[in-house]
Design a protein around this ligand. Sequence first.
Ligand SMILES: [Zn+2]
Length: 144
Amino acid sequence: MDNLLHATCFKQALDLARAGRWEEARQTLKGLQDEFIALYDENQALKQQLREVAEVLDLSESMRFDGQKYWLETEDNREGPYCQVCYDQHGKLLRLQEQKRHWQCKGCGNLYLKLEKRKDSEPRQAGSRFPSRLIKNPIPLFVK
Ligand SMILES: [Zn+2]
């Protein structure tokens, strides 16, 4: 039921009441009330979806790609690393398990070799989400 129809129904209920046809007026108002409740529920569900989308957007803005893996960075904290494959394909944050020479994703099984002598001062591909296709030169981290 759209807004115009709602307005029409209110007018109808008013006309019925003025004509003393109370039962019909009551039925019309009851129908409007049911519609109102359905719209309220739909509105709540949409608000919830909006909140979830906003959370995902906030999350993606805090994701940093180091050339291999993702890190979740806030102002004073850095968590991770997380699996690039799982995040890019499914939007899932799977924490990598640290092994002696590599990191392992228990979700997809991917291995990420540990890079020796990597300095935090090296420029990161901040915010880059599609590194392999967009970066033409080899990623420096893999060369040295
Ligand atoms: Zn994974």
